[in-house]
Write a protein that binds this ligand. Structure first.
Ligand code: BEZ
Ligand code: FE
Length: 304
């Protein structure tokens, strides 16, 4: 083996093959490796820096924090911006804006019809009822839509990820009624903060950035023939509403809160005193193929 220059090495890395392999994976790997070779050379990255970064990557993925890093470095929002751009080019407009799913969705939440309680026992914050309809672009109610809803607890933690929470706490799947209505009782969540003393917080400290998200509630809505909608709504008044570490706040997704709503009509949700309400309709586009309408296809993509 002769001595190699950087370019010769890069060429060998990018062209070696004993089989066709996967063309797309080959092309993407080549591009990323080429860009990283260039970064290492241009930025004069030392061996110590390189191995420290590799150690960080290993700890970050072992700790299950990839989804925090992709969101914090803007990749999740980038994918949404690109999807919006593609929609605009294709003339697919209207409907509730998409917003990042984040890494904290768990499939299989308990399902109920029309309404649900996400909180259990005493509310751990200001009692909230959120309600509205799922509609199509023509304004027709969508009966039988499956509305997955999940949010953080009073400490900003999500069940399945945060110690001490019950399975599926603050997670439910609500099937809309014949008029497309959904409603749920819960409490106003606070924002989310990245875990302290973690690979993610190490990076954010080194970048001089905070790792806070404003208060929000997530939704994943699916219905036959309609394009699965992943979105989240923001609670107004949060300090970080325009400074989300995951860049996910969007116009049209900041809900309004009505305070001191009389309890009449909300008895089935265990409400007997004035409470805070938010009314919000979700508007779904038509799906143009089966995979757009299938949350199962989306989950398969995530777990593939
Ligand atoms: C969240 O939705 O809470 C979240 C999103 C991205 C990264 C971390 C958390
Ligand atoms: Fe969240």
């Amino acid at each position: 083996m002769t001595e190699l220059t950087q370019n010769q090495l890069l060429d060998m890395v990018n062209t070696r093959q004993i089989a066709a392999g996967n063309l797309r994976v080959r092309a993407l790997t080549q591009r990323i490796v080429t860009d990283l070779f260039k970064t290492i050379d241009d930025m004069d990255v030392s061996a110590d820096e390189f191995w420290k970064a590799m150690d960080w990557l290993a700890r970050m993925s072992q700790g299950g924090q990839i989804g925090l890093i992709t969101a914090g470095l803007g990749f999740d929002r980038l994918l949404d911006i690109r999807a919006d751009e593609a929609d605009q080019k294709a003339g697919r407009t209207g409907g509730t804006p998409r917003a990042i799913e984040g890494p904290l969705f768990i499939a299989g939440a308990p399902r109920s019809h029309g309404e649900a309680r996400l909180d259990e026992g005493e509310p751990k914050g200001e009692l909230l009822v959120m309600e509205g309809q799922v509609l199509d672009l023509e304004g027709n109610p969508v009966a039988g839509a499956l509305v997955d809803v999940w949010h953080a607890n009073e400490k900003g933690g999500y069940s399945h990820f945060f110690p001490g929470m019950k399975p599926y706490e603050l997670r439910r799947q609500i099937e809309t009624d014949a008029q497309g209505h959904y409603r749920f009782r819960s409490y106003l969540p606070p924002g989310y903060a990245i875990p302290p003393n973690s690979p993610t917080s190490e990076l954010f400290e080194a970048l001089g950035r905070h790792g806070n998200r404003p208060a929000h509630i997530h939704f994943l809505i699916a219905a036959p023939g309609l394009r699965t909608l992943t979105t989240q709504v923001n609670i107004p008044g949060d300090t970080y509403i325009d400074d989300d570490f995951a860049f996910a706040t969007r116009d049209g997704l900041i809900v309004e809160l009505e305070h001191n709503v009389p309890p009449a009509g909300y008895e089935s949700l265990g409400i007997s005193a004035p409470f805070t309400r938010s009314r919000f309709n979700f508007v779904m586009q038509k799906a143009i193929n089966e995979s757009e309408a299938s949350p199962a296809a989306r989950m398969a993509r995530v777990t593939a």
